[in-house]
Design a protein around this ligand. Sequence first.
Ligand code: UDP
Length: 311
Amino acid sequence: MRVVVTGAAGFIGYHLCDRLLRDDHQVIGIDDLSTGQQRNLDALATRDAFTSVKQDISTSVAVDGPVDLIYNMACPASPVDFESKALHILDVCSRGTRNMLELAREKRASFLHASTSECYGDPREHPQKESYWGHVNPIGLRSPYDEGKRFAEALVMTFYRRFEVNTHLVRIFNTYGPRMRSGDGRLLPNLINQAIRGEPLTVYGDGRQTRSFCYVTDLVDGIVRLMAADFHEPVNVGSDEELTILEVAERIIEITESKSEIVFQPLPQDDPVRRRPDLSRAREVLGWAPTIKTSEGFRRTVEYFKTVAVR
Ligand code: UDP
């Protein structure tokens, strides 16, 4: 098939393109490189079936010829971007998603949108089911991303209901693995780089907040299955292996055999206290469950960051 992936230079976008190319699809990767990495595109470009287009989807999008599938993965996604790239995030979630949905309608392509566990905000329900409407601060520092992604879900459902576009919504929970961006600001790149360099590991708040960490190839498998499913409401895809941030820091120190200590820094505004997906729907609709435990996945990710660090 001929497949368009937006955000192809990003962490998840790269792994999705890699999987689609392995499955013998033609892939057109769109990225504006605002947070994606050229090195990811360079690695994909070694395959003949991959074409790269530098484009901000919130301005305009044109793709020649037929398109069968569109995976809309583009959007800055690290909490450190939520303030500095706020307007870009809002544009990508609104105009960008609209542009990609119009393209899907024009090409009669199936469409999958990368939504997020951030739709649940700082959740009052635990674990989070897709039926939960969330607890989001609409004017806080995270709101450009949270509300942007919620608005995008409304756009996607409107194109499904009004124009019968074959849409899919995946709510992605914390994902990690090789090719995360080093300066990304998120937990695992920060802690792993700090441990490798022998610097103190920065834990925000008291470190008792939790996240559930999914290895990226598991996530991509869930996403590919969802695109093929006859299901149009949101589906959580992530891991239900829930850890405190302090536990993660201790595990990284152990794996890297680092002598670093842990230092505590202020908790960012509206940082969710607990997060874990209810995966019942993914199991039922997709026949999917994560397979790679953090014991293995963290180790592989540390190995990756060690090779990047020496380059
Ligand atoms: N965090 C931390 N130290 C860091 C980076 C993040 O303690 O150097 C915490 C952050 O406050 C949050 C969790 O780790 O509670 C996960 O943060 P991340 O930025 O990876 O993504 P989020 O799940 O908040 O979107």
